[in-house]
Design a protein around this ligand. Sequence first.
Ligand code: AMP
Length: 329
Amino acid sequence: MQEDKFYEVKKEILKEIEKNETIIIHRHQRPDPDAIGSQVGLAELIQTSYPDKKVYTAGVDIRTLDFLSKMNHPSLEDYDDALVIILDTANAPRIDGKEAIFHGEKIIKIDHHPDEDSYGDIEWVDPSASSTSELITDFWVSFSDKLSLSDKGARHLYAGMVGDTNRFLYRGTSPKTMRLAAELMEKDFSHTKLNETMNEMSPEVAKLTAYIYEHLEVSENGVGSVILTDELLDSFGLTDEDTHQIVSLPGSIQGVLNWGIFVQQENGKFRCRLRSKGPVINEIAKEHRGGGHPLASGANAEDMTEINEILAKFELVAIEYKKNLKQLA
Ligand code: AMP
């Protein structure tokens, strides 16, 4: 067993949780199953272990993630003397509900994105973890003599792990991820049902899936792209929120190395959902008002000109990646 280099910071976090009567948990804007799963999973872990504490979850409710849990929305007064824990969020500007956090007493950051923005009084950042849900599961297991996790909490955390690893497919999945997932599976919830729910799509999203496969443009170097205009999403009866289910699709096509799905927003600008099977893309995302993981990032583009700039950079990293592969062969 490897030495746990985060044990001391985890102990400090536990001490803060034990000390505070009110705990408010935040996560990033436009949440995914890991953001919500880790948030409501941690809330459930704390509430089950310390029934007298007041535990709140902050941020907007997301229709497509209703199968997890809704937020219980703290009021501004609840922040007085509260401990604020922010999960899965690399940069302070991306915190959902960021306006309220400084009304709290102390801020703890727990995250698995590359460490860029230090905004917490206490920080546990481990980019080697598959997901923030993995970190929260690790926290539970590290202090299982003091913390108890309900079946519901285990389901939330399992959903987060499944979401961020794409069912344990992505590179971030480690033996530790599987060991912690196994701990969660010991609890009484149906992982099969949960996977089915997460895997299921509406007939509208099924049609969008067909559209993506049919209209994906793939360059000679393996760069994929699809533009989803506001009008097009409207014609499918879908919104930006629904696009999380189609982001990974291009990766299953032979020859596609890195890709972008560009989703037009109400203001005409584009949300860029960027993914890769090898070339590192988060540096490119950062150059376009975004960031994220080396192989899964997000950015913002003003218009088609900026989208084309991003795609041109994708070509360069794809060429470089292939060249390096050849040299290694
Ligand atoms: P998404 O395509 O929104 O699922 O984002 C993929 C990854 O990139 C997630 O880990 C996000 O946290 C990160 N990300 C997305 N948008 C941004 C942004 N504007 N700034 C920083 N990170 C982002």
